[in-house]
Design a protein around this ligand. Sequence first.
Ligand SMILES: C[S@@+](CC[C@H](N)C(=O)[O-])C[C@H]1O[C@@H](n2cnc3c(N)ncnc32)[C@H](O)[C@@H]1O
Length: 201
Amino acid sequence: MLTVVGMGPSGLHLMTPAARDAVDRAEALVGGKRHLQQFPTFRGETFALGANVSALLDWIASRQDKHVVILASGDPLFYGIGTRMVAHFGIARVRIIPGISAVQYLCAQAGIDMNEMWLTSSHGRSVNFDELVRHNKVAMVTDGLCGPKDIAAQLVARGKGQRWMVIGENLAMENERIHWLPVSEVSADYEMNAVVILDER
Ligand SMILES: C[S@@+](CC[C@H](N)C(=O)[O-])C[C@H]1O[C@@H](n2cnc3c(N)ncnc32)[C@H](O)[C@@H]1O
């Protein structure tokens, strides 16, 4: 059996009981270093996940008789590993346990409703900024190559510097910080973050 569990943004307290129960029953655990470290007493096999997804698919295929659990950051089907697993194995063979995405958590902390929100990601992909600026409320996960200041530069280039950017840095961690800034003033570097872009504050 293959289960992909959403870990939420950080910390075991933000995982659902169903996700924690699946990990308790796991015979093999897959995840990034940050996620595997959260289960120091796990005694089964582990697979450290990085860019090696093809190797992971082979590893899972050779363990079909085992209960393999993949730890996914946030929600597995929001720009996460769950999408690749469903595409490869089919939903009949993969159980997805949802989690709180970084975007959901940021919205909760900042008091921003998610109604009519356009969701996207710059994490390892290019963003269609012409499409993005057509939406009044946008949320995205990011990466080091295209983070808040790069996104802001794209918006300023399209005459949208007066919009607001809410940057959620290290969400649910000890060093969490949430910044509200006019897009034209976003010029710093931020650690791991998700952002919301609003027409007005
Ligand atoms: C591959 S995407 C995964 C998104 C994830 N599936 C979700 O639902 O949040 C990874 C990106 O999610 C965002 N992210 C995940 N955890 C975060 C956290 N604790 N604080 C801020 N951003 C986070 C960052 O933009 C990070 O680069």
